[in-house]
Design a protein around this ligand. Structure first.
Ligand code: PHE
Length: 456
């Protein structure tokens, strides 16, 4: 047996059905749901944006997720070697793997910054700094925190070091136990927040904002945001789900797992919206203010809740852990590649990559403060630019590569084997899936791109 095969056989596998769902959902559910979804919904005018976003999840995100899983499990390696073993050594499809490596590293660079904010908010919550503050004062607090040149970077680096520690400890031990514990508690707190938010005077305006679509508010850029966020929130197009796919047991039902992940992810995002927007309107916070929305609104909401101090601390702890289960999946993409294909030890690869990615993250953080002027390109600071370039451009392209590869290149028999667990399960929708992967999803991505360029 050659060493590559040996290595693949010794790759860790997730132990049970719950584990793979928990771990992949752990990657999907994170800051994307609780921080980014509400803020871009606010920025793009609410309900109409959500309608487009939900369509993107169902028609594009789900088939891409299934395709990523198929490529990973069938290819059995990291994001590059999976494409290599399925398409051949010199195939141009390998570029898809390299693109994903670049994407996963870039996304982690700014993700680590936001996770650092969440970490710092644990400290603020513990020391009761939000007590007695008006929403405007909490807003000022957030604003002056993120522009400071040192503090956010310290927290970002602590977060990145933690991510590295978990990735270094290995897929199985590190990640599984974390994910299983965390999700239900996080869900519980979000539900409590929803109840409190919905019972505030003036909550109705928030609900209308979320659920009464007005398509005149939605721009072409908003449609691209919706598509990009569908990829971001499901961890698609950057190799995370391909890498995790390679750890999934052959007996697992990929399609059902993918559907469950999409549903769990969407429910959490919508609940986060229901927790935040009624409060935004009740407190008179600006819904379109950008990345600070959640950090400005929630502390005030907790302040109006019995046991608010305790729940606020717990919430930011869990948000940070949710971010961690996502960030480890991002780092795992390049660590798996560098350690398996370039022959570096896992430890060295983890250290080296974490260092590089954190350095870019430091630039992202600085681009929001004092150095904003020097660090602004194409009208966006480096932080926004990294987010835009990955979420709205790289991820949809990476996702298109996955569906096109599974739809057109991979033999139908192999796709069938993967979806039916080698014929052990009856799966009536293989044909429908292939049709979506071949035509619908790639065309959807192309249409949104052309639309955003004003060509459609
Ligand atoms: N899906 C994660 C979130 O919603 C972010 C993520 C993107 C994770 C890409 C892995 C890869 O927070």
């Amino acid at each position: 047996m050659d060493s590559h095969k040996e290595q693949l056989q010794s790759r860790p596998r997730f132990s049970s059905r719950l584990s793979i769902i928990a771990v992949a959902a752990g990657s999907a559910i994170g800051l994307g749901n609780i921080w980014k979804f509400p803020y871009i919904t606010g920025k793009n005018g609410g309900a109409a944006f959500i309608v487009v976003y939900l369509c993107c999840i169902a028609l594009i995100g789900l088939p891409v997720l299934i395709s990523d899983f198929i490529i990973g499990r069938r290819g059995g390696g990291n994001v590059v070697s999976s494409f290599r073993s399925l398409a051949g050594k010199r195939s141009p499809w390998l570029l898809g793997g390299f693109l994903a490596l670049f994407g996963s590293a870039t996304v982690l660079s700014f993700y680590g910054v936001v996770a650092g904010w969440s970490l710092e908010y644990i400290v603020k919550a513990l020391s009761n700094e939000f007590a007695g503050k008006t929403p405007a004062q909490v807003g000022e607090m957030f604003g002056s925190f993120i522009v400071s040149p040192v503090e956010p970077i310290v927290y970002q680096l602590i977060f990145m070091a933690t991510t590295a520690g978990v990735v270094y400890a290995g897929v199985k031990k590190g990640i599984e136990s974390f994910s299983k514990l965390m999700m239900p508690v996080l869900l519980g707190i979000i539900l409590l927040l929803c109840i409190r938010s919905l019972t505030l005077p003036g909550a109705g305006a928030g609900l209308a904002f979320l659920f009464k679509p007005d398509f005149s508010k939605l721009s072409a850029a908003g449609v691209l945001d919706a598509l990009g966020h569908a990829f971001f929130t499901l961890s698609l197009g950057v190799g995370a789900m391909i890498t995790y796919g390679s750890y999934i047991d052959k007996e697992e039902d990929l399609a059902t797992t993918a559907v469950q992940i999409c549903m769990a992810d969407t429910v959490i995002a919508l609940l986060a919206g229901i927790a935040i927007f009624p409060a935004v309107f009740a407190f008179g916070v600006e819904p379109g203010q950008g990345p600070g929305l959640v950090f400005v609104t929630l502390p005030n909401l907790f302040a109006q809740m019995p046991g608010g101090y305790f729940f606020c601390v717990l919430f930011f702890v869990l948000l940070t852990v949710a971010a961690l289960t996502s960030s480890i999946s991002m780092l795992e993409v390049s660590v798996a590649y560098v350690s398996e294909d370039l022959g570096m030890s896992r430890k060295r690869a983890t250290l080296l990559l974490t260092g590089l990615i954190s350095a870019v993250g430091v630039v992202c953080s600085l681009s929001m403060g004092e150095y904003q002027e020097q660090l602004t390109f194409f009208g966006k600071n480096v932080f926004d630019l990294a987010d835009f370039a990955v979420s709205n451009i790289e991820m949809p392209i990476g996702g298109a590569i996955s569906v096109l590869f599974v739809g057109w290149i991979l033999k139908r028999r192999k796709v069938n084997d993967e979806l039916t667990c080698n014929g052990k399960r009856k799966v009536p929708f293989v044909g429908a899936f292939l049709f979506t992967a071949k035509y619908l999803a790639p065309m959807g991505i192309a249409i949104v791109f052309l639309h955003s360029l004003g060509l459609f």
